[in-house]
Design a protein around this ligand. Structure first.
Ligand SMILES: Nc1nc2c(c(=O)[nH]1)N=C([C@H](O)[C@H](O)COP(=O)(O)OP(=O)(O)OP(=O)(O)O)CN2
Ligand SMILES: [Zn+2]
Length: 148
C-alpha cells in the first residue's frame, strides 16, 4: 500500500557509511608558485624549512543503495583495505613533501591532501560510491572534499 510502512520498507534505501583512519606525517607548507618571501608571508610558521608534524584523522564516507540481501552499502572490510592502500601505505609516518611525489609540485595543504586522497580512493572503490573525504589536520582545522 502506498505510503504504508510495509511499502516503504520495500523501497530502495540509500545509506552513508564512514570509516575513520588516523595517520601521522610531517610537512612544510611551501608553494613552488611563490617566491621564498611570499611563501614566508603566506604560510608563516608553517613554512619553516624543517617542517612540522600532524596526527591527521581522515573520515572516508561512501554513499549507496543498502543491498537487500547483504544489508550493506559496501563491506567495511573492503573499505578498510582501500584505506590501507590509499592512505596508510603511502602517507603514514611519511614526509608528505619528500616521500609522496604528488606533493613535490603541489603544496601539502589539507585541501590538497583531501584531493589527493579522493583521486586515489575513487579509483580503489567500486564506481559511484565515494561521497566525501573529511580530514582533521588538528582538532580545530577540518577540511571536506566531495570531488567537485
Ligand atoms: N587553508 C589552510 N590553511 C592552513 C593549513 C591548511 O592545510 N589549509 N595548514 C596550516 C598548517 O599546516 C598548520 O600546521 C596549522 O597548525 P596550527 O595553526 O598550529 O593549528 P591550530 O589552528 O589547530 O593550532 P592553534 O595554535 O591551537 O590555533 C596552516 N594554515
Ligand atoms: Zn601543518
Amino acid at each position: 500500500m502506498a505510503g504504508s510502512s510495509e511499502s516503504s520498507s520495500a523501497a530502495e534505501r540509500i545509506g552513508y557509511i564512514t570509516r575513520v583512519q588516523s595517520f601521522s606525517a610531517c610537512h612544510r607548507l611551501h608553494s613552488i608558485h611563490l617566491s621564498d618571501e611570499e611563501n614566508k608571508s603566506v604560510y608563516g610558521k608553517c613554512n619553516n624549512p624543517n617542517g612540522h608534524g600532524h596526527n591527521y584523522k581522515v573520515e572516508v564516507t561512501v554513499r549507496g543503495k543498502i543491498d537487500r540481501c547483504t544489508g550493506m552499502v559496501m563491506n567495511l572490510t573492503d573499505l578498510k583495505k582501500a584505506i590501507e592502500e590509499v592512505i596508510m601505505t603511502p602517507l603514514d609516518h611519511r614526509n608528505l613533501d619528500k616521500d609522496v611525489p604528488y606533493f613535490s609540485s603541489v603544496a601539502s595543504t589539507t585541501e590538497n591532501l583531501a584531493v589527493y586522497i579522493w583521486d586515489h580512493m575513487v579509483k580503489a572503490l567500486p564506481p559511484n560510491l565515494l561521497y566525501e573525504i573529511k580530514i582533521y589536520e588538528t582538532d580545530k582545522n577540518v577540511v571536506i572534499y566531495r570531488g567537485e
